[in-house]
Design a protein around this ligand. Structure first.
Ligand code: FAD
Ligand code: DHB
Length: 405
C-alpha cells in the first residue's frame, strides 16, 4: 500500500543539516517531515567531525538542545600548530574577544537532535531512501520504505540536506547550476581509539612525512588523523603502523607529545575535496550542508557550515510563512555562499599550510614553514586564524531571537 503525506517542508536527510533545520522550524511552528535512507542506529554512530564553532555551540544552547553538550563537551581555548618539532599555541579568547570552540562529536549532536525531534512527536522516516524529487511549483518527493513500497510526500518546499552523495542536487537541471570543485591528491586516515588525549588541546602537525592531527572525544578517547593517499588501502595500515607513524609525525621520541597505543575503536579513510554548487536553490528546492558544498576538513568546518546554512534557511522560511514575503528565501543562496566561500578560503589556507604536497619543491616547503612561523609570531596573522577557527560571525539572528522572546 502506498501512502501520501502532506507537510510544509519536506527534508531529505537526517544529518546535522536536516535535523537542525527541522528543530528550528518546529520552534517557529512550521511543520516538516524528515526522510532518511539509513537506520537511526547508523546515523547515530557515524564517526565524523568533532569541533563546534562558538556560534554553533551557542545555537544549540539557545534553542534548547545544548544540555548534554554543556555537560560532556570539552571547551577549548586554543590549538597548537607544530612544525620543526616545536609546538606553538594560538590562544582563541585572547585573540577573539573571549571566544572558544567546543569539542563534541558530530554523532552526539545528531543523537541530541534526534531525541529532541522524537520528543515533539514529529516524524523521522528512517530507512526510507528518497528516490525522486520533483522540484516544480508543487514540489514532491518519492521514497521507498523498508518493504520496497514507494510513497509520496507533498510539500510547500523541499530541503535537500542529503549530503554530497544525495539525490537532491541531482534533481536540479545541470544548466541551472554551476559546480566548482577542487580535489586534493591526498586524504585523511582517521582513527578513534581508547587512549587519553596526548594533550589538553588539539595539535595540527606539519611534518615532512605528512600532516597529522590529534584531537579527542573525551578524557579517555582520542581521535587522530594522518595524511594519506586519496585512495589509501586501509589493509596496509595495521594498528602498529598507525601508532608508529603518529609517534614519528608528532616527534614523540624527540620531546614531542607521547602517543600511547590503545584499543582501536574505528578506522577510516576520507578523501579530501572542495566543492561548491551555485546557486544553492532551484525553485522550491533548497540545498543545505554537504549537498551544496564540501570543504577539506583541516579547518573543522563541514558540520559548522551545514548548521550555518539551515539557520539562514529556517529564518527565511519563518519570514515567508509569517508575512508571505519571499525576500529572505530569494537571498538564501547568496547569503550562504558568502560564508561558504570564506570558509573554503580558510579551509584551503589551513590545508596548504599543513600538508605535504608531492609537487612541492624545497623552495615551496620553505615558504610553507615561513607561513607557520609568521602565523605563530604575528598577532595580526594569529588573529585572522583564530577568528576563522572559532567561526566568523553568523548572519542576522533577528528572526530566531523573536521566537525565543
Ligand atoms: P550528512 O551528515 O552527510 O547527512 C546527510 C544525510 O542524508 C545522511 O544521514 C544520509 O544518510 C542521508 N541521505 C543521503 N542520501 C539520501 C537519500 N537519497 N534519501 C534520504 N536520505 C539520504 N568535517 C569536519 O569538520 N571534520 C571531520 O573530521 C570530518 N570528517 C568526515 C568524515 C567523513 C567520512 C565524511 C563523509 C565527512 C566528514 N566531515 C568532517 C564533514 C562533516 O561530517 C559534514 O560536513 C557534515 O556531516 C555535513 O552534514 P550534512 O547534514 O550536510 O550531511
Ligand atoms: C576534528 C576534525 C577536524 O577536521 C579538525 O580540523 C579538528 C578536529 C575531530 O574530528 O575531532
Amino acid at each position: 500500500m502506498s501512502a501520501e503525506l502532506r507537510t510544509q517542508v519536506a527534508i531529505v536527510g537526517a544529518g546535522p543539516a536536516g535535523l537542525m533545520l527541522a528543530h528550528l522550524l518546529h520552534r517557529c511552528g512550521i511543520e516538516s517531515v524528515i526522510v532518511e535512507s539509513r537506520s537511526r542506529d547508523y546515523v547515530e554512530s557515524r564517526v565524523r567531525a568533532g569541533v563546534l564553532e562558538h556560534g554553533t555551540a551557542e545555537l544549540l544552547n539557545d534553542t534548547g538542545v545544548g544540555e548534554r553538550m554543556l555537560r560532556e563537551g570539552l571547551v577549548h581555548r586554543g590549538i597548537a600548530l607544530r612544525f620543526n618539532d616545536r609546538s606553538v599555541r594560538i590562544d582563541f579568547p585572547d585573540l577573539t574577544d573571549g571566544k572558544t570552540v567546543t569539542v563534541y562529536g558530530q554523532q552526539e549532536v545528531v543523537k541530541d537532535l534526534i531525541a529532541a525531534r522524537l520528543a515533539t512527536g514529529a516524524p523521522i522516516l528512517f530507512e526510507c531512501p528518497v528516490v525522486a524529487i520533483d522540484a516544480g511549483d508543487q514540489p514532491s518527493l518519492r521514497y521507498r520504505d523498508a518493504a520496497g513500497a514507494e510513497h509520496v510526500v507533498r510539500a510547500d518546499f523541499i530541503a535537500g540536506c542529503d549530503g554530497f552523495h544525495g539525490v537532491a542536487r541531482e534533481a536540479i537541471p545541470s544548466d541551472a547550476i554551476t559546480l566548482y570543485d577542487h580535489t586534493f591528491p591526498f586524504g585523511w586516515l582517521g582513527i578513534l581509539a581508547e587512549t587519553p588525549p596526548v594533550s589538553e588541546e588539539l595539535i595540527y602537525v606539519n611534518h615532512e612525512r605528512g600532516f597529522a592531527l590529534v584531537s579527542m572525544r573525551s578524557r579517555t578517547i582520542s581521535r587522530m588523523y594522518l595524511q594519506c593517499r586519496n585512495d589509501e588501502d586501509l589493509a596496509l595500515w595495521p594498528d602498529d603502523r598507525i601508532w608508529s607513524e603518529l609517534r614519528e609525525r608528532l616527534g614523540s621520541d624527540r620531546g614531542g607529545p607521547d602517543v600511547r597505543p590503545g584499543k582501536m575503536l574505528q578506522k577510516g579513510v576520507t578523501p579530501m575535496r572542495s566543492f561548491v554548487c551555485d546557486p544553492m536553490r532551484y525553485g522550491r528546492l533548497f540545498l543545505a550542508g554537504d549537498a551544496a558544498h564540501i570543504v577539506p576538513p583541516t579547518g573543522a568546518k563541514g558540520m559548522n557550515l551545514a548548521i550555518a546554512d539551515v539557520r539562514v534557511l529556517a529564518e527565511a522560511l519563518e519570514a515567508y510563512y509569517e508575512s508571505g514575503d519571499p525576500a529572505l528565501l530569494d537571498a538564501y543562496s547568496q547569503t550562504c555562499l558568502r560564508r561558504v566561500w570564506k570558509t573554503q578560503r580558510f579551509s584551503m589556507y589551513m590545508t596548504r599550510m599543513l600538508h605535504r604536497f608531492d609537487e612541492h619543491t624545497p623552495f615551496d616547503h620553505r615558504v610553507q614553514l615561513a607561513e607557520l612561523d609568521y602565523v605563530t609570531s604575528s598577532r595580526t596573522a594569529a588573529t585572522s586564524l583564530a577568528e576563522n577557527y572559532v567561526g566568523l560571525p553568523l548572519e542576522s539572528t533577528a528572526g530566531l531571537r523573536k521566537v525565543r522572546s
